[in-house]
Ligand binder design. Structure first.
Ligand SMILES: *Cc1c(COP(=O)(O)O)cnc(C)c1O
Length: 384
């Protein structure tokens, strides 16, 4: 089966990104590759393969279904950690397979302990504490009850990690909030230590925290967006670029390229409208290429009359509305063009480039959102 577009995922770019992150964190901390959201749209199966080849043996997912996908694909000995959702019915199977998971409420914690006791296999727990993100995590006032439960069941469980997540480490406007979170995390850590409880790993940092709050780098960093070659925000980029040796280029490289082909060509006369409605009227005689990618394929409708693609080494503008399965682009300036010619939606062609952020700028979609909206069924090919 041939799809209307394909994604290429560069293993070389990933190796470069990991090298850069490693240079920032030093040799010791574990890098956990965050592969939630179908590996930020890159494909879990592809990313597990690429990451393991780059020496990564720790993976974070949001949910248990994603964890099972990693489980299928990963080598024996790779660690899998669930940051969020799992169904209690699945707990026993997860524990048996050695898949670790966050606990952020007593319900999940007690269930895990009781299963560990009954099957004689220690659940690998990451205890998440609330430091100010206000999504999940044990509250400060729950610490004593929590410590008691952990202490009295120490023999049955594995205390893999003590963790938290920062609320917007990618923006200086959250500086005070993040600093307070770091302080609260240390209070939790000290409290547990004084209660005789130690954890195998202490981990708090996502990409942005790793890059701009080095004090958040502990035993492990949870790297999502930076691994895929994107700065969490422009701010993070500029903050970091100033500290790179002069003349150094952006050390993060995009992995993803999105390609399609010209499906059809069409001439439109002055004064005619293109596509649904009247959002675009030809002001001169123009020629269009129809490209079989639309909002149903993750190409946002907000790119109507805004988006750009590359054909024959030229930037070509989307004209009219993005439809479910296709866009029309203006190819009037391209002399030689035929059906089947390559169209770049994200990536390079003839020295020009369409970046993911150029999408996000014209649509207000952040990188993260644009990437995770790429449907799972677009083929993803690994480029070595
Ligand atoms: C998504 C996520 C990360 C990774 O965030 P990036 O900004 O993509 O690096 C880390 N930790 C948790 C808990 C997350 O949910």
């Amino acid at each position: 089966m041939l799809a209307t577009s394909t994604l290429e995922i560069s293993a070389k770019a990933y190796r470069q990104n990991i090298r850069y992150i490693r240079s920032e964190i030093g040799p010791k901390p574990t890098i956990s590759a965050v592969v939630k959201g179908n590996a930020y749209g890159h494909g879990i199966a592809q990313m597990v393969t690429i990451a393991e080849k780059a020496g990564i043996r720790h993976f974070s997912t949001f949910s248990s279904d994603e964890a099972w996908e990693v489980w299928e694909k990963s080598k024996k000995g790779s660690e899998i950690m669930i940051l969020g959702m799992l169904h209690l019915e699945e707990l026993e199977e997860l524990i048996r397979k050695g898949i670790s998971f966050y606990v952020f409420d007593f319900n999940r914690l007690e269930k895990a302990i009781s299963i560990s006791k009954s099957i004689g296999i220690a659940a690998k727990l990451h205890v998440e504490v609330e430091t100010g993100f206000h999504r999940t995590g044990f509250d400060w006032i729950q610490r004593e009850k929590l410590a008691e439960i952990l202490y009295s069941n120490k023999a049955f469980i594995s205390m893999e990690g003590l963790c938290t997540h920062y609320a917007g480490a990618e923006s200086v406007s959250n500086f005070v909030r993040v600093k307070n979170q770091i302080a609260r995390y240390h209070e939790f850590k000290d409290f547990f230590a004084s209660a005789g409880l130690g954890f195998k790993t202490y981990h708090t940092a996502c990409s942005a925290a790793t890059l701009i709050f080095p004090e958040t780098i502990m035993d492990m960093v949870r790297i999502g967006i930076a691994g895929y070659g994107f700065w969490p925000t422009k701010e993070t980029f500029f903050a970091k670029l100033n500290s790179l040796p002069k003349g150094n280029k952006n050390p993060l490289k995009r992995l993803i390229t999105w390609k399609s082909t010209v499906m059809s060509l069409k001439a439109v006369k002055t004064g005619e409208f293109v596509g649904y409605g009247n959002s675009y009227m030809a002001l001169e005689n123009i020629r269009l290429a129809i490209v079989p990618v639309g909002y149903g394929h993750g190409y946002s409708r907000l790119l109507s009359n805004q988006g750009m693609v590359l054909i024959g080494g030229h930037y070509c503008q989307v004209v009219g509305t993005v439809t479910m399965n296709a866009i029309a682009v203006n190819v009037t300036k391209i002399k030689e063009l035929k059906i089947g010619d390559e169209v770049i939606l994200i990536g390079k062609q003839g020295g020009k480039e369409i970046t993911v952020s150029s999408f996000s700028e014209s649509t207000q979609q952040v990188n993260y959102e644009m990437l995770t909206r790429l449907p799972k069924d677009i083929p993803r090919n690994i480029i070595p």
